[in-house]
Design a protein around this ligand. Structure first.
Ligand code: WT7
Length: 653
């Protein structure tokens, strides 16, 4: 990124909220102004006041922000609280009978848990964890289907101060094993299987495979019966969920932990090496999760909130398992695929469960848009009053469809920019206040200091500023470190600008109204269906195949997934062509699915005799990207040892 990034996007439509939406909204223009003013004049005071208002403290804090180990910042350090108590116990007196979770399985089965019932389930399971030897600080891996029990397991860990690490159920045994080993987890909580698109995902089988290989830290596996199909249980190690809770008491007193006590690890992709265990702290994270649930989603007592994300991703942590519960809302959890048994499933759920706020990813919107307006039009979506998106930039066409067909031109759309590392939404419209623009996440929230800087770290002023997106002040929900690798934490997020700013790794520009437009990642990361995958990870998976010598992975735009993976592969021996190449392509795609997970399968694989490299031996990724995208080549290719390679890379030889 030599010169500042220029944007070619010119989108000038603007959609202010309706007067009636604003009249009923939690935050009005004056409230938002006051919040911005306070955050600007007294940053620490602003956060201290929010933390006192929103959270129930077992021991109040006296210190707000500790900068003594910057950039390892700490918040509310001498305070103590319990996250699960703040999500459950605090609601019982007034809202004990209010539905906390409305669950629908892929097969159509339903279950509702009130706040009281959820508290009981969480308490029993927390007691079961203790009975199985789990103590505060122990790491527990959760590898489960999208069911209430996944949330119960997370909340139960929080209740006893255990640190959960949720691994997305779509990840393979290999990915699971790496995460177990990195965290030295003591326990895995899983299920016999998950329903997905009409078939069964073999979670227990994958767990067994993972555990057969160097996962010595694991002492126990708790298995939820979900699909009911036959699986094998290892005596002395595995125990059924039902048996684990059978003799447990309904009450488990929430144990206060220090504000900075780690609440969870969540592994995410980086541009190099293995996935990073992003570590979040208890109090700061919960504060942001609760506040943004209220500010951005305008949650009120009658709302039925559906965030479609799986708990395996940060969105499913912050806006399923923690934020909306802390705010006392009713949430919907759906187990299965959006298109099962047909493309109307999401809209059918919205109609039947009375969803009022719907939050999903652009990739899902684009996929469902393809089926045409008639599908959603067949359902009554009149209860929906607010829509949200997250995960990647939304293209204006998908935005307009979402606005017109799902929101029926009545619902504000909150486009929320954030990351696994930021813990919660950082930039987003406030629905009763902000005029939205298709494709922009609008402005930083109160208490969040974002900016755009150039290569030297100097803020870029003026209209249409484009460059590196940075956060210029620490915030309560920021990641605390990378588990077991603080050096990597500093290198990845802080070093570029001498520890002055948190570097998000996205490029962005800001328009004349001060609205931000995210332009994409600046590192070697692919955003497939709203999820970050490191190109390095896919490359390592490819070269782990016994016949692959070298591989380079780049992204190219994809209609539905946003980006898809394009791999250049150097094979041992003669370059495969024709039928052999086709056969090997299949084999390699399955191989990657096996090593990393189906989400990482390359859409395209091109075999080549060698990869284009610079004199210093670096793979010319920009060139490979241009070729994958059918763009004109602007790089100097004269230094290539073998210019004929260009035709191979283009797939023309
Ligand atoms: C990356 C973070 C945050 C939960 C889901 C993904 C991209 C995220 C937006 C948005 C444009 C977005 C960024 C970011 N991203 N939200 N509203 N507009 N881009 O979490 O896997 O940690 O990925 O997703 O590139 O850095 P993640």
């Amino acid at each position: 990124m030599k010169k500042n990034i220029e944007s070619i996007l010119t989108e000038s439509r603007s959609f202010p909220p309706s007067d009636s939406f604003t009249a009923a909204a939690r935050l009005k223009p004056v409230d938002l102004d006051a919040l911005y003013k306070q955050a600007e004049t007294d940053y620490e005071g602003f956060w201290a006041e929010r933390a006192q208002e929103e959270l129930h403290w077992a021991t109040p804090f006296s210190k707000t922000l500790d900068e003594s180990n910057a950039p390892n910042y700490a918040w509310f350090t001498d305070g103590q609280l319990n996250v699960s108590e703040n999500c459950l116990d605090v609601h019982i007196a007034e809202h004990g009978n209010k539905p906390a979770i409305i669950f629908e399985g892929e097969q159509g089965d339903r279950k509702t848990l009130s706040y009281s019932e959820l508290l009981t389930e969480v308490s029993r399971f927390a007691n079961a964890l203790k009975a199985q030897g789990i103590e505060a600080g122990d790491r527990v891996v959760i590898y489960m289907p999208m069911t209430p029990e996944a949330v119960i397991a997370m909340q139960a860990c929080a209740r006893i101060g255990a640190v959960h690490s949720v691994v997305f159920g779509g990840f393979s045994a290999n990915a699971l094993r790496d995460r177990i080993i990195d965290a030295a987890a003591k326990m895995v909580i899983t299920a016999d299987g998950a329903h997905r698109g009409g078939s069964i995902v073999e979670l227990k089988q994958a767990t067994d495979t993972a555990l057969s290989d160097a996962c010595d830290s694991i002492e126990r596996v708790i298995v939820l019966k979900c699909t009911g199909h036959e699986i094998s249980m290892t005596a002395g190690r595995d125990i059924w969920w039902q048996d684990a809770i059978a003799d447990q008491a309904d009450i488990c007193m929430p144990g206060p932990v220090a504000a900075e006590h780690p609440l969870f690890l969540l592994y995410t992709s980086g541009s190099t090496g293995k996935p990073k265990g992003v570590q979040h702290a208890s109090a700061g994270y919960l504060l942001h999760a609760k506040l943004t649930s209220k500010w951005v989603f305008d949650l009120n007592d009658q709302d039925v909130f559906w965030c479609t994300a799986d708990v395996g991703w940060i969105t499913g942590h912050t806006y399923v398992a923690y934020g909306p519960l802390a705010a006392g809302a009713t949430i919907v959890i759906y187990e299965g695929a959006p298109t099962y048994p047909d493309a109307g499933r999401f809209w059918k759920i919205c109609q039947e469960l009375g969803v009022t706020i719907f939050y999903t990813a652009p990739t899902a919107i684009r996929a469902l848009m393809k089926f045409g307006d008639d599908v959603p039009n067949a359902y009554d979506l009149s209860k929906i009053r607010l829509l949200g998106t997250v995960g990647e930039p939304i293209n204006p066409e998908a935005w307009m469809w979402y606005h017109r067909v799902i929101g029926q031109e009545r619902c504000p759309i909150v486009d929320t920019w954030w990351q696994t590392e930021t813990g919660g939404a950082m930039m987003a419209p406030i629905p009763g206040v902000t005029a939205t623009k298709p494709g922009s996440c609008t402005r930083p929230l109160p208490g969040i200091a974002a900016d755009i800087v150039d290569e030297e770290g100097a803020p870029i002023k003026g209209d249409d500023a484009g460059g590196y997106l940075v956060i210029t002040k620490p915030w309560p929900a920021m990641l605390r470190t990378i588990w077991g690798d603080n050096k990597r934490y500093i290198e990845t997020y802080w070093q570029k600008f001498q520890n002055r700013y948190y570097v998000a790794g996205d490029s962005a520009h800001r328009d004349g109204d001060g609205c931000y437009w995210i332009m994409g990642r600046i590192d070697d990361v692919v955003n497939v269906s709203g999820h970050r995958l490191g190109t390095m990870e896919v490359e390592s998976a490819l070269v782990a195949h016994k016949r692959v010598v070298e591989a380079a992975v780049v992204s190219r735009p994809h209609d539905i997934k946003g980006e898809s993976i394009f791999a250049y592969v150097v094979f041992q021996g003669d370059r495969p062509t024709g039928d052999e190449a086709e056969q090997l392509t299949k084999e390699l795609r399955n191989w990657v699915a096996d090593q990393v997970g189906a989400i990482a399968k390359p859409d395209d694989i091109r075999f080549t005799d060698n990869l284009p490299k610079t004199r210093s031996g670096k793979i010319m990724r920009r060139l490979l990207r241009a070729i994958a995208r059918d763009e004109e080549i602007t790089q100097d290719t004269s230094t290539l040892e073998n210019e004929a390679i260009l035709d191979q890379l283009r797939g023309k030889a």
